[in-house]
Design a protein around this ligand. Structure first.
Ligand SMILES: Cc1cc2nc3c(=O)[nH]c(=O)nc-3n(C[C@H](O)[C@H](O)[C@H](O)COP(=O)(O)OP(=O)(O)OC[C@H]3O[C@@H](n4cnc5c(N)ncnc54)[C@H](O)[C@@H]3O)c2cc1C
Length: 415
């Protein structure tokens, strides 16, 4: 039996397994599908170090009805799902108060401040430097005026030490020739980078883990059986059992099913997003373009141009509404890329594991010995992966983590 078993082969679980292995801890990773095949597969692929301002911020309540009434807007709720989502939504909105937003930015920033260094460590060890995209990210607004109305967000980021360079019109025009920048306002968000494929990133990290002797088991865990005060074994779909000693739950949006076996419930919700990867787009980008006025991101990835984003609050098992992905492509063609020759591509829906306060849950499982949680990384799971892994491995090996984990504990107040 491995000393530690990690459940979930997304970026968070793989990062935890790797970090434990680097500390000399015998570790097994259990994943039921393909490594990095869920939320980790299709995200915007950004190391978004200053994307620390929550969606719920001052002013959001005024905008919410308009968004919710527009099924093609940046935030939507599936018809019929509102009564189920309401308690979570109420907590989410309570976190939009000014003092909470500043705290949330600070606590997310404490983690993302380590992201580049912690990624450098694992990427160098796995020798996959070609996973990095080329350039820092361009942030684009339809006008200077729109940027000015978003000043609070940039001030909150600046408070946490993040820097930007505002671009003059000529520099902006020459930066990405395939982007229509007329009348727009742009800036470079320093420290933001991108990956050429977030699933390949995760898969190659897991292969590195295997090469160094880590065990990966592909199995669907149906249930966790408790012993006296700790998890005893995992019951797998094929009827077999896997004994466990120490356990890390990094099961993304599905964590609550397993946590129920431990008598734990956390307010975790799936916030769905979409992408279209267009292979032959006719658009060449040397960097990701965050289109702030449209609420979506355009990233050059290995499978072409990825146009991704939007938030849809829907049940975890909801079928995709690919109209939301099409809307993003239409907006991209209309507002950004006049040369977008193909608008069809491979479409994807995936769910961000989201807590109402936008902070991840990283720390010991309340009331259960030898079990730790690494879930709820929301909009920033890729960015926070290796740092979360290091925190979890420090806690398990009884070292002091680089960051105080109090704000991320599962038994915190979520408002
Ligand atoms: C549209 C969109 C854009 C995004 N853009 C970015 C971005 O640019 N930058 C960024 O940092 N983040 C981004 N994110 C967020 C990021 O993708 C997620 O936070 C991150 O992928 C979550 O990783 P995870 O490992 O927690 O979850 P997942 O990747 O979902 O992994 C959880 C894994 O657990 C497995 N599992 C669950 N239950 C069981 C079980 N019972 N038995 C076995 N296995 C199980 C699942 O199969 C799954 O593979 C974006 C998300 C979306 C949707």
């Amino acid at each position: 039996m491995a000393e530690v078993t990690v459940i979930g082969g997304g970026i968070i679980g793989v990062s935890c397994a790797l970090a434990l292995q680097r500390e000399g801890v015998a570790t097994t990773l259990v994943e039921r599908g393909s490594i990095g095949g869920q939320a980790t597969f299709g995200n915007c692929a950004l190391l978004a170090v200053s994307e620390i301002v929550p969606l719920a911020k001052p002013g959001v309540i005024g905008k919410l009805p308009g968004w919710l009434l527009n099924p093609e807007g940046p935030l939507a709720i599936r018809p019929g799902h509102l009564p189920t989502a309401l308690p979570w939504l109420a907590r989410f909105l309570l976190n939009a108060r000014t003092h909470r937003v500043a705290q949330i930015c600070h606590h997310l920033g404490a983690i993302t401040a380590h992201a580049q260094n912690d990624f450098d460590d694992v990427i160098e060890a796995a020798d996959i430097q070609n996973i990095w995209g080329k350039n820092e990210v361009l942030y684009l607004y339809d006008s200077r005026q729109q940027y000015d109305t978003d000043r609070l967000s940039w001030q909150l980021r600046a408070n946490e030490g993040h820097q930007i360079t505002e671009l003059d019109d000529d520099t902006l025009r020459d930066l990405e020739p395939d982007v229509d920048t007329r009348g727009k306002f742009g800036l470079i968000a320093h420290g933001w980078r991108s990956f050429t494929d977030p699933q390949r990133l995760t898969r190659e990290l897991s292969e590195h883990f295997s090469e160094l002797g880590g065990e990966i088991i592909i199995a669907d865990i149906k249930r966790i059986e408790m012993g006296s005060a700790k998890a005893k074994c995992l019951h797998l779909l094929d009827g077999s059992q896997l004994d466990v000693d120490k356990l890390v739950i990094a099961a993304g949006c599905w964590a609550n099913t397993l946590l129920a076996d431990l008598g734990i419930r956390i307010p975790l919700a799936p916030l769905h997003g979409y992408h279209t990867d267009i292979a032959d787009s006719g658009v060449s980008l040397s960097r990701p373009v965050v289109y702030a006025s449209g609420g979506f991101v355009n990233t050059p990835v290995e499978s072409g141009l990825r146009i991704a984003g939007t938030v849809e609050i829907a049940p975890l098992n909801a079928l995709p509404n690919y109209r939301r992905a099409e809307v993003l492509v239409e907006k991209a063609q209309r507002h950004l890329f006049p040369g977008l020759t193909h608008t069809h591509g491979s479409q994807w829906m995936g769910a961000r594991p989201f807590m109402p306060d936008t902070l991840p849950v990283i720390g010991p499982a309340p009331g259960v010995a030898d079990t730790w949680l690494a879930v709820g990384h929301g909009q920033l799971g890729v960015t926070m992966g290796p740092t979360t892994g290091k925190i979890i491995s420090a806690l398990i090996t009884k070292k002091t983590p680089a960051i105080d984990i109090a704000p991320y504990r599962a038994d915190r107040r979520y408002t």
